[in-house]
Ligand binder design. Sequence first.
Ligand code: UDP
Length: 500
Amino acid sequence: MTYQVETQRQLSLGDYEGVAQLSAAVRDLRTEAGRLVRYFQNRRVWMVSSTPRGGGVAEQLLPLVSLMCEFGVDTRWLVMEPDEPDFFRLTKRLHNLIHGQGDPDLSPDERQLYERVSRDTADALRADIAPGDVVVIHDPQPLGAGAMLRESMDITAIWQCHIGLDQETPQTRAAWAFLGGYAQAYDRAVFSAPQYIPGCVAGRAMIIHPAIDPLSHKNRDLPVHKLVGILTNANLVRPYGPVLTPAFPEPARRLEPDGSWAPATAREDIGLLFRPIVTQVSRWDRLKGFLPLMRGFIALKQGVDGEPEPQDWPRRALHLARLVLAGPDPGSIADDPEAQEVLAEIGDAYVRLEPDLQEAVVILSLPMGSQKYNALMVNALQRCSDVVVQNSLSEGFGLTATEAMWKQTAVMGSRAVGLRQQIRPGLDGCLVENPEDPAEIAHMLGELLRDQPKREALARSAQQRVYDEFLIFTQIRHWLELISDTVKMRQDGAPRAHSA
Ligand code: UDP
């Protein structure tokens, strides 16, 4: 019902300190952490989530847990594993409702299912968690289990909700009516943006922005040979000569014009090293806006005149540009049962395109068998993109944007709250007003692809912004402060709200 994730890494704090660009941030954090860890004494901190891989939460927990341990806080990561497959269908429904999407009518059977799995998960968690420990529950899936644990054990409980919407709709009201009682059992709740805080946790909510690990396989610098080696080993680039490193066990796969899947360069080279590339990498989720992005890119291509080989630079850039839509192999992420369906929808639209437009769009399924290779593929794809897009209709935060900004790649986001937290339009990137409007997407992408100096200026500022606000060091400092403060508050006997 739950299992512990191995979080030992080869990286240590010393490695971060050894990077000129990062050493000041690590030194500051060491000083701050030294002051705060005394509140932890023998307490363990338990992170509880619903999947060990795929998506932003899993992405952040590995470095967070392992670096907290290095600062002297014994931190572990548990993943829930419900026996009932319908549970993740229900929690995906709740996820969509929190984003304002779907049928708001939640049935008594769904409540019973949620209660049942939460109770079983709480029982399983009790085997590991001891009185006095701190439990940090991530997202709605394990929320109920954490609430039940908090009710029955002397623990400090914090709920981090990574998603939200900046409006109240019948859908969000239904989601919070369902989840609010559990959320009230917690000592504190953490959100990624102030607009997301629901009434049920008002007064106990904090903001901690998500963050990236600059030395992870996803974000570390890739010298040219390494970058080209990864693209070649993943089958994303055709080699022109002998290659030093061996092929990855599973190649990236590309959707073929007839709707079948093949190794990504089986038919032709994608042009990642030579063409202007626009990329979106995300989970296959409708809210990520893949389909409208594809329509926008096609509108851009249709607007380019039919001259076979334009010679002037801006028109040539548009002529040669390709759109890469990439996401995880859809069978691989346990808590995201809609992925297969969403990818099939995108595939149907792709198969119906005219051949010359099909040629401009590349749909990639990235294998998840090895997290390291998957991360390296995403890293390399982001680095060889001229523009990274995150066209989300709704977005909790959007680490894919943060990752690209850190790599000094120009980003185009939507006005979804999460992306607005990061991208100051015109300064660190661009934001489309309406991610479902192909004409606006085409216009903005066209401007970016034609204007290299503009892309470079945006990308420089974007990297600085991530350095200042969204690196793991800032996040760890906020967690140490929040946990020590919450533990102190409980020791001082401050009253807490009762759960419903
Ligand atoms: N991601 C990945 N492989 C993929 C697709 C996505 O590693 O094939 C990662 C992506 O790089 C990012 C995370 O999954 O780190 C997605 O986080 P984000 O906050 O953008 O969205 P979420 O999935 O949490 O909604």
